[in-house]
Design a protein around this ligand. Structure first.
Ligand SMILES: Cc1cc2nc3c(=O)[nH]c(=O)nc-3n(C[C@H](O)[C@H](O)[C@H](O)COP(=O)(O)O)c2cc1C
Length: 186
């Protein structure tokens, strides 16, 4: 089964690229949906334009393709990851406001009881953001904030981003063999 990767217009699009490359390396097929805001933020942060994403995926959809397969529970995806996830998309998901293909697909994942990971990114968080995260989590989503770790001593930004993406893949049940794990302070 494929994994659905949705990219919205929050800062953190390098995480999406890293996760897509990792899935491809592991032979995991993906489909991608991009929001209009992501079409602006992705090139700004990565130098990749949206059409460049085609080399990492089987299908690329835009948010207004509301009749595309991810809009229906019958399409059956293994999981969906919204990475990065804006506060706007979080709000829509948490309220069931299926305004575009990303939110509709997330809505489907929740109703079909399939894994939905929201890599939310904003700082600081206001009360609305926090309440929406709780509502989404209570509805079955996994709130997986874009918070990189430092304990593995990343030497480059790429290492930091790749570690974070690998942890998401691991959370979804993939075996990541070369991950530097926390072994306690000795
Ligand atoms: C460079 C840039 C960075 C942004 N970063 C964030 C962010 O980290 N979190 C967020 O919630 N919105 C962020 N935004 C605002 C969203 O892109 C905007 O609210 C947009 O309407 C969200 O639409 P979408 O959820 O459909 O992608 C950013 C916008 C720009 C231009």
């Amino acid at each position: 089964m494929k994994i659905l990767v949705a990219i919205t217009g929050a800062s953190g699009s390098p995480y999406a690229l890293s996760l897509l490359k990792l899935f491809q390396k592991m032979g995991q097929e993906t489909e991608i949906i991009v929001s209009h805001a992501a079409e602006k933020v992705l090139p700004l942060e990565t130098g990749f334009a949206v059409p460049d994403l085609k080399k990492f995926t089987t299908r690329l959809y835009f948010e207004d393709e509301i009749a595309a397969p991810p809009a229906s529970g019958s399409a059956r995806y293994r999981a969906m990851v919204v990475i990065p996830c804006t506060m706007g998309t979080l709000a829509a998901i948490s309220q069931g406001f299926a305004k575009n293909l990303i939110v509709r697909a997330a809505d489907v994942m929740l109703k079909e009881k399939r894994p939905l990971i929201l890599v939310v990114r904003e700082t600081p968080l206001n009360r609305i953001h926090l309440k929406n995260m709780l509502a989404a989590q209570e509805a079955g989503a996994i709130i997986y904030p874009a918070m990189p770790a430092f304990y593995h001593r990343p030497k480059t930004l790429e290492e930091m981003v790749d570690f974070f993406a690998a942890r998401i893949a691991e959370f979804l049940g993939f075996e990541i063999t070369n991950l530097k794990r926390w072994r306690g302070i000795v």
